[in-house]
Design a protein around this ligand. Structure first.
Ligand SMILES: [Zn+2]
Length: 332
């Protein structure tokens, strides 16, 4: 119910809440240099974007809202909430003299694509989707006893392919059998097949001794110059990649899919994350990588091996893709 309300809020905001001209990510709001980066004072940015600010906990957690949007930022943290979904920022939110500051890079690459969804040109329709079951052949991926990630990634891809076809999309898989395909070849297959979207499918593992870790993560390519989610703020390999041409659509696709997974399944939201995965770096179309759950978690792994659960998960991903298409194909 909460999720349905949030979606309604989001739709309202897209239609009426935030005129794009008011976007204050850069230009309209003065930035200051903090910790060697450009930061924007949240209060100023909120004013330009017609958002009300309120400390949920003084000097610790701040909330920005209007009729359709709710953002929550925690000081000294990279974990933010956008419309009740976890989104990992590249840099921590900072507190200076009683004011909260967010990096200009995160406002531009994480917040903006969600609050102001990107649009396709009028003729560009989303028709063809290439799915990429992770691993294969001599690369089993994560393992849980005799169970191997590569098998369950392919099973999810097959189910998702069927359901996407049913929803009217043309789909294909980078691999349809237990074979290993080099990572850079996978997005290249998608390009050759004229894919409009590329979705890589994986199952996670937290390693030994961490079997309490569970939940769903959706990754998109780290923007050029920014820090990946698991890099702790450090910028590694940050040059522009072909996939960075689609930064806004990558982020919005990750958002609609993660949102639908969270809404439709009883799963922990581990958030939208950033990585420079090989399959995302060279994708010449909007691309995401879904880590659908943890094989290392005793209960979650049972779900992963259950065809009925994979069917539900595929249904949620389809809903996320449809939500993405509904926004992106809107007339400009
Ligand atoms: Zn994997």
């Amino acid at each position: 119910m909460k999720a349905a309300f949030s979606l309604l809020w989001l739709l309202l905001s897209i239609c009426v809440g935030l005129p794009a001209s008011a976007w204050g990510g850069s230009g309209d709001v003065a930035s200051v240099s903090l910790a060697g980066r450009n930061y924007v004072r949240l209060l100023d940015w909120a004013r330009v974007n017609n958002l009300e600010t309120r400390w949920l906990k003084r000097d610790e957690t701040i909330q920005l809202t209007n009729r359709g949007v709710r953002l929550v930022f925690a000081m000294d943290s990279r974990e933010a909430e956008i419309n009740d979904l976890n989104v990992w920022l590249s840099y921590p939110v900072l507190l200076r003299n009683g004011s909260a500051y967010v990096s200009e890079a995160d406002l531009k690459t994480a917040v903006k694509p969600i609050l102001y969804p990107p649009r396709n040109s009028a003729s560009a329709k989303i028709k063809t989707i290439v799915l990429d079951p992770g691993h294969g052949g001599k690369d089993p991926g994560n393992q849980d006893g005799s169970r191997q990630e590569k098998k369950y990634a392919l099973l999810l891809a097959e189910e998702l392919s069927d359901q996407l076809k049913h929803a009217g999309f043309k789909t294909s898989l980078t691999r349809t059998s237990d074979t290993l395909i080099d990572l850079p070849v996978r997005p290249d297959i998608a390009r050759r097949r004229g894919a409009d979207l590329f979705i890589s499918l994986h199952w996670n593992s937290a390693g030994s001794g961490k079997n309490e870790v569970k939940g769903v993560e959706t990754y998109c390519l780290t923007p050029e110059g920014a820090s990946s989610t698991n890099a702790g703020g450090e910028v590694i390999g940050a040059g522009a990649k072909p996939g960075n041409l689609y930064n806004n659509k990558n982020m919005f696709l990750a958002y609609t899919i993660q949102r639908s997974l969270r809404k439709n399944l009883t799963v922990e939201d581990r958030g939208i994350r950033r990585a420079r995965f090989a399959v995302l770096r060279t994708a010449e179309m909007p691309a995401v990588l879904i880590e659908g759950g943890f094989m290392s978690h005793p209960a979650e792994s049972k779900h992963i091996y259950d065809p009925a659960y994979r069917k539900q998960m595929a249904k949620a991903i389809v809903e996320g893709v449809l939500a993405y298409r509904a926004q992106v194909e809107q007339p400009r």
